[in-house]
Design a protein around this ligand. Structure first.
Ligand SMILES: Nc1ccn([C@@H]2O[C@H](COP(=O)(O)OP(=O)(O)OP(=O)(O)O)[C@@H](O)[C@H]2O)c(=O)n1
Ligand SMILES: C[C@](O)(CO)[C@H](O)COP(=O)(O)O
Length: 401
């Protein structure tokens, strides 16, 4: 058979109301195990050799969130421009399909951004089935006994389950047939379909169930997000078995001034740290610790003090560069431990703000960051308040070569 062009529509235009936003982004943009849920999902399709094109459908208000989410992906350049979705999943899918119409693929897979645990094997099965049928519904048999209950919870009946399947995504179709089905549904005001197999069934297409995967769950609630993070974290630790520990040390002199910046947090003080950049000794030490774990030089080699462009620079830039070097090698930061050595200012009152800022800058959970402090018992240059020093340790995990 001639090679078939396969496109994927990833629908990510929902607002994730059941998962709750609580000050954070909608669920598809939540960072789990180092990157967004959407990035995890996209990565599976970007890595699949049979997929030629991917169209992502996003909410009109989520342009910035989307740009940040795909910045995490090495293969982001292979994604076409995102398409704006609509008020229902059905409308969002239809818009994704229309975006492919100018250069129609043979087959299309429609997948929820909220299903990051899809596997290459499931994708293979959906594509293979389309040699015989117009639609392939990835699904798992219902395994629990089904009860019909009234609003008060009283059981009314037990339903047979032997021919019931729980629908998952991806759902695969011959593209022209699904596009026509969606167009007809829209024209006839049929707007309550919760999946594409239902649109196809309504339009009279032959849709067959193919074996799904119980692990391919849809992240729907806040509890699902917690469980998804646990699973994604476990997976990435298993993939990155090369454990590296790096150390870093830095010191800057105190000179007349009125604040210092430590761990990215500004603290009022009766002196300031002198340096070419903002002289944040903690971020400098941590940057060196990460570079040390990577065996990739040191902060001075990458950001020479002789270069004017680093004058007054926010040291978060140096840290971000070290983290990017680590990410480019498929690695992640498992733990960072920073010790400040200062007679003053007192670090205790600022410790949590510092940890929070470090966790933010490193893109890791708070419990993966420690900030400690000690005085130098009035001994030496630190004891005489001539300077502040910092020591950092970074545990970096890389994939085995
Ligand atoms: N108008 C919509 C609604 C949903 N979706 C997408 O369809 C998938 C499945 O929907 P669901 O899990 O229900 O996501 P939300 O609609 O975002 O969640 P909720 O119903 O809790 O608001 C998700 O990837 C979601 O982003 C979409 O593209 N456009
Ligand atoms: C398409 C779907 O994933 C199949 O199970 C599901 O119907 C989408 O979720 P929703 O809650 O119905 O929007």
């Amino acid at each position: 058979m001639a090679e078939r062009q396969v496109a994927v529509v990833i629908v990510a235009a929902g607002t994730g109301t059941r998962a709750g936003e609580v000050g954070e982004a909608p669920k598809q943009y939540r960072r789990l195990a180092g990157r967004s849920l959407l990035a995890h999902t996209l990565d599976v399709f970007l890595a699949h050799p049979a997929i030629d094109r991917i169209v992502t459908v996003i909410h009109p208000d989520h342009g910035d969130l989307y740009a940040a989410a795909i910045a995490d992906l090495a293969a982001a350049a292979r994604l076409g421009p995102a398409v704006t979705g609509g008020a229902s999943r059905q409308i969002s899918v239809a818009r994704g399909l229309e975006a492919l119409a100018a250069d129609p693929p043979d087959l299309v897979l429609v997948h929820d951004a909220a299903r990051p645990f899809v596997t290459a094997a499931v994708i293979d099965r959906a594509i293979a089935a389309l040699a015989e049928v117009e639609g392939a519904l990835v699904a798992v048999p219902v395994v629990d006994t089904l009860k019909h209950a009234d609003a008060a919870g009283h059981i009314l009946a037990t339903r047979p389950r032997n021919d019931l399947h729980a629908a998952q995504t991806p759902q695969g179709f011959r593209y022209p047939a699904l596009l026509a089905a969606h167009r007809r549904a829209a024209a006839e005001g049929q707007d309550a379909f919760t999946d594409d197999a239902a649109v196809a069934e309504w339009a009279g297409l032959a849709v067959r169930v193919v074996t799904g995967d119980p692990a391919n769950v849809k992240v729907t609630t806040a509890e699902d997000l917690i469980e998804a993070e646990r699973r994604l974290d476990r997976d990435r630790f298993a993939r990155a078995a090369d454990v590296r520990v790096g150390t870093g040390y830095d010191v800057h002199a105190l000179v007349p001034g009125d604040f210092v910046t430590l761990c990215g947090v500004r603290i009022d003080h009766d002196a300031r740290l002198d340096g070419h950049s903002d002289a944040d000794v903690a971020l400098h030490a941590l940057t060196d610790a990460i570079l040390g774990a990577l065996g990739d030089g040191d902060i001075g080699a990458h950001f020479p003090p002789s270069e004017m462009r680093w004058r007054g620079c926010d040291s978060a830039v140096f840290l971000a560069d070290a983290l990017a070097r680590m990410a480019a090698r498929g690695g992640f930061l498992a733990h960072a431990d920073v010790t400040l050595i200062a007679e003053a200012p007192k670090i205790g009152p600022h410790r949590e703000a510092m940890r929070t800022r470090l966790a933010q800058l490193c893109g890791v959970a708070l419990d993966r960051v420690a900030v400690k402090a000690t005085t130098n018992e009035k001994l030496g240059f630190v004891g005489r308040r001539e300077g502040i020093a910092a020591i950092a340790t970074a545990t970096v995990r890389l994939p085995l070569p």
